[in-house]
Design a binder for this molecule. Structure first.
Ligand SMILES: NC(=O)C1=CN([C@@H]2O[C@H](COP(=O)(O)OP(=O)(O)OC[C@H]3O[C@@H](n4cnc5c(N)ncnc54)[C@H](O)[C@@H]3O)[C@@H](O)[C@H]2O)C=CC1
Ligand SMILES: O=C(O)CCC(=O)C(=O)O
Length: 447
């Protein structure tokens, strides 16, 4: 008789063997699979129908050449990716990442995470991710436009509001979505608003989508603290990154009465004990697209090149930059310094050792697929508005986002309890997301 944990170990070994060299994908799969033992014990039909094995195999994977010309007239060749991982709950949905570190293993880890995250939102969206190893840093506006046009020239054949709906991620914001949408419209001869989300509100985008991931992460942390009789008000917070997710996490933390004392970019960290000046940060990062070190030219704060933000004592830590940015050593430092809550705005920012440290210490740990689901949830709200040719107010959309985040928290909280691990949001999130997808897959038969 093979036990559920032996079955799971066997499946994981198969995934490793079939996807060599994709370390981030292996890490994401292992984390989910390690939570599923009690689920297989309760639902033996999942094993009979090989639901886990099917979920670990993407439904489709596209890799394509993206040739483009730089401002000097030199031809450049990048690689494009789009992985449609699972469409049991709806059309493929997930962002595009433009960053030189992108390869198939990164896109697959992100796409895999997206399956469960999207299921957690309770909205009808499947899981996908895409992107390119194109490096937008230092590129002119016209280079970005030419690259986006070339990228979409190939990708457009695989998209559609009922098929696959990309959005932004690292290196892809409203500017890139504009160029991508323009090219899609030109090639297909269709003004298909619902084919991309994260659009500008002037031409079909949802208000609050820009803010949604950061705001949602803070709402999730607020719920975790509330469940422990605590609140965000007055907390000292550190937020890594200074991109879309970080900026709007800082905004919501400040609105709720917290003080954010540090943020970062890939070069270094800013420590501003009086509290980050958000107007200045937005001007530097969103308008002027500068490095965060320039903050100190305008304000009395310290900049540490290559510093570790998690060394700064705080009550609440929000990793909002990139995968594996918070390791076991940093996790131990945070716990030792009295940190009571961690909310992952980024995807898989904490290494497995770091996650074990947080859970072992009993602090409130909100895993990315639950805590940062507000971004994709608001993308689904953007799709709703596009489908009904409607545009909701900021207040209405933010209220919907807030409700969704509260529901995600509640579902994770209750499910962790149901499976014997109260307070463990990692187990709660993975089981809620997995069970929803698994039930739909069972209903569809072997496809
Ligand atoms: N944009 C969205 O709606 C969503 C984004 N995410 C995740 O949030 C994270 C951040 O994404 P965005 O803010 O959209 O990207 P972005 O491109 O707007 O910003 C990324 C930020 O991270 C910083 N960064 C990158 N590597 C770093 C490192 N090693 N150390 C410190 N800082 C570093 C960059 O300097 C930049 O400030 C990513 O993990 C992304 O997958 C998750 C859910 C939705
Ligand atoms: O809004 C979306 O469709 C995707 C957001 C995303 O890429 C993510 O949740 O990591």
């Amino acid at each position: 008789m093979v036990t559920p944990s032996e079955q799971i170990e066997h499946i994981y070994r198969q995934v490793e063997r079939r996807n060599p060299g994709e370390a981030e994908f292996h890490q994401a799969v292992r984390e989910v699979l390690e939570c599923l033992g009690p689920v297989l014990a309760k639902y033996p039909e999942y094993a009979d129908q090989k639901i886990i094995e099917r979920i670990c195999e993407p439904e489709r994977q596209l890799i394509f050449r993206v040739p483009w010309q730089d401002d000097r007239g030199v031809v450049q060749i990048a690689r494009g990716f789009r992985v449609g991982f699972n469409s049991a709950l709806g059309p493929y949905k997930g962002g595009l990442r433009f960053h030189p570190s992108v390869y198939l293993g990164i896109i697959k880890f992100l796409g895999f995470e997206q399956i469960f995250k999207n299921a957690l939102t309770g909205l009808p969206i499947g899981g996908a991710k895409g992107g390119s190893d194109f490096d937008p840093k230092g590129r002119s506006d016209s280079e970005i436009m030419r690259f986006c046009q070339s990228f979409m020239t190939t990708l457009c054949h695989y998209l559609g509001e009922y098929t696959d709906v990309p959005a932004g991620d690292i290196g892809v914001g409203a500017r890139e979505i504009g160029y991508l949408f323009g090219q899609y419209k030109r090639i297909t001869n269709r003004y298909e608003s619902g084919v991309l989300t994260g659009k500008s509100p002037e031409w079909g985008g949802a208000l609050v989508r820009r803010e949604a991931t950061g705001y949602g992460t803070v709402y999730f942390v607020e719920e975790m603290l509330k469940s422990r009789g605590d609140s965000i008000e007055g907390k000292r917070c550190t937020v890594s990154g200074s991109g879309n997710v970080a900026i709007y996490a800082i905004e919501k933390l400040q609105q709720l009465g917290a003080k954010v004392i540090a943020c970062s970019d890939s070069n270094g960290i800013i420590h501003d004990p009086r509290g980050i000046d958000l107007t200045l940060l937005k001007q530097l990062k969103e308008v002027e697209r500068r490095r965060i070190s320039d903050y100190t030219a305008h304000r009395d704060a310290s900049y540490v090149q290559g510093g570790v933000i998690w060394d700064i004592p705080c009550d609440v830590a929000l990793p909002c930059a990139t995968q594996n940015e918070l390791d076991e050593t940093s996790a131990k430092t945070l716990v030792r310094n009295g940190c009571v809550a961690v909310g992952e705005g980024a995807n898989m920012p904490t290494t497995p050792g770091g996650v074990r440290t947080f859970i072992g210490a009993g602090i409130a740990y909100g895993p990315g697929k639950a805590a940062n689901a507000g971004g994709v949830a608001t993308s689904a709200l953007e799709m709703q508005q596009n489908a009904s040719r409607d545009a909701w107010t900021f207040e209405h959309t933010e209220r919907r986002l807030h409700e969704i985040m509260k529901n995600i928290h509640q579902d994770c909280f209750e499910t962790a309890k149901e499976f014997g691990s109260p307070g463990n949001y990692l187990i709660g999130a993975n089981i809620v997301g997995f069970r929803r997808v698994a039930q739909a897959m069972l209903a569809f038969g072997i496809i």
